[in-house]
Design a protein around this ligand. Structure first.
Ligand code: NIG
Ligand code: FE
Length: 430
């Protein structure tokens, strides 16, 4: 008979990441809190004890045991930046880039994000939910247990709501944790080519009120079209793509102000292709600034003073074939808390694998394997404001755990292009 507790024993290395619940900075990022011959006790989906196998031995009679000899146990990865709601891969963009065109050139010629719009608008809820669920399952097979998932390829009210509904439905069928984000401001759709500000108005006055879960007062006419959607919270965050060719800093500020007014949390795509000063967004207390390929010393000084995390997305640089990668060393050495995420999307990063991202971070950004693991676990949890529940293995936290077929944690970024994840546990269950 199945026992009510589970005990993981004899891990070569148990990476606890124990410590404070704030984002880890500087030398803290290299401290994984390793216990050799480690054990974890799990009861009712929570971690109740960690220690050596000997220390936890008294608990083992009452628990189902999973022998983790020759394995590394760590917190499940927190993939804090993904765009999983799309219908098809963008193979034309892929080939054009191989022939020498840049991401921006392809976008200006009608490819890029705009090339994914029609597929999402034409897809059914079921098709989109199925696609998202497939991605979530791939992610967890690589050790991910928490995922932030953005809309952003529908780019009209109905299609953004459909995208967030698809995330919700997929999340209900996946044992991990999903944090939904409205990215209505991903790019201006073609029908508003001549009037970007009108599209920004729609994001602020129609999309944000429709996803925030509060009954609409100011736009009652929408209720008729939306049925119950207007009253269900479909997003926790609002994100914006602040970039040349997408949205200006001033437009982003308008959108994020609307988000805050509707009690939604905020995050920003910034500095991917060109530089924008981060301090423009100080008023929003964003939990994360994402991409950050182009940063100034003033941005770094600003970030080192606040709790926001810099979420770096090097799989996008890899897939775009860029020579430059996000400046992880400059950021970490200056005391900025760095997270890593896949940026899973059809244009710049068609990967669901956090171990691959860690590998690129080590080889191309000179993060140490320990820093990369911290960035992908506790700092990713901070990027989603989930650090009290996720991101480390400590009593009281959710038993979201990845077990790797490796005797040393450095093997996780070392073996690339193969999957060494042996088991993933969500609240203590497979
Ligand atoms: O994070 N930068 C904006 N969004 C995505 C790319 C989206 C796409 O090309 O489809 C990113 O890289
Ligand atoms: Fe992104």
């Amino acid at each position: 008979m199945k026992k009510s507790a589970t005990i993981l024993t004899h891990a070569s290395q148990l990476l606890t990441l124990r410590g404070n619940v704030a984002p880890r900075r500087g030398s803290q990022m290299a401290d994984l809190g390793i216990i050799e011959d480690g054990a974890v006790l799990i009861e009712n989906g929570k971690i109740t004890a960690i220690g050596t196998t000997d220390e936890l031995r008294p608990h083992s009679k009452a628990a189902d045991e999973i022998d983790c000899r020759g394995k590394v146990i760590l917190p499940g990865f927190v993939d804090s930046h993904t765009h999983p709601v799309f219908a098809a891969p963008r193979l034309i963009d892929f080939e054009k880039r191989i022939s020498g065109a840049s991401y921006e050139e392809i976008a200006t010629a009608g490819g890029g994000i705009r090339a994914s719009i029609r597929g999402v608008r034409e897809a059914s809820d079921e098709q989109l939910a199925h696609h998202v669920l497939t991605a979530l399952n791939e992610m967890s097979s690589h050790g991910t247990t928490t995922v932030e998932a953005k809309s952003g390829y529908g780019l009209d009210l109905a299609s953004e709501l459909k995208s967030l509904e698809a995330i919700k439905r997929a999340a209900e069928n996946w044992p991990g944790t999903v944090v939904p984000t409205l990215l209505g401001a991903h790019t201006v759709p073609p029908e508003f080519r001549e009037d970007h500000d009108e599209y920004v108005r729609i994001v602020c006055e129609e999309m944000i009120p429709a996803v925030c879960g509060v009954p609409q007062v100011r736009a009652p006419h929408l209720g008729a079209n939306l049925g119950n959607n207007a009253r269900r919270q479909l997003a926790s965050y609002v994100d914006v793509f602040c970039e040349r060719g997408a949205f200006t800093p001033e437009q982003c500020v308008r959108i994020l102000r609307a988000a805050v007014q509707h009690s939604l949390k905020t995050r920003v795509h910034i500095g991917q292709l060109t530089h924008t000063a981060l301090e423009l967004f100080a008023e929003f207390h964003c939990t994360s600034f994402d991409h950050m390929d182009h940063v100034s010393n003033a941005d770094i000084a600003f970030l080192s003073r606040i709790d926001a995390v810099a979420t770096l997305l090097p799989a996008a640089n890899y897939f775009l074939g860029l020579d430059a990668f996000p400046p992880a060393r400059r950021l970490i050495d200056a005391g900025v808390a760095v997270a890593l995420a896949t940026d899973y999307n059809p244009g710049t990063s068609p990967t669901t694998s956090m171990p691959f991202v860690l590998s690129v971070a080590c080889t191309h950004m000179k993060m140490s394997p320990a820093e990369a693991i911290t960035a992908a676990t506790i700092n990713g949890a901070c990027a989603l404001d989930l650090q009290k529940k996720k991101g480390s293995l400590e009593p009281g936290k959710d038993a979201d755990i990845a077990i790797f077929d490796a005797a040393d944690y450095r093997e996780i970024p070392y073996w690339f292009g193969v999957n060494r994840c042996w088991q993933t546990l969500f609240a203590g269950r497979e």
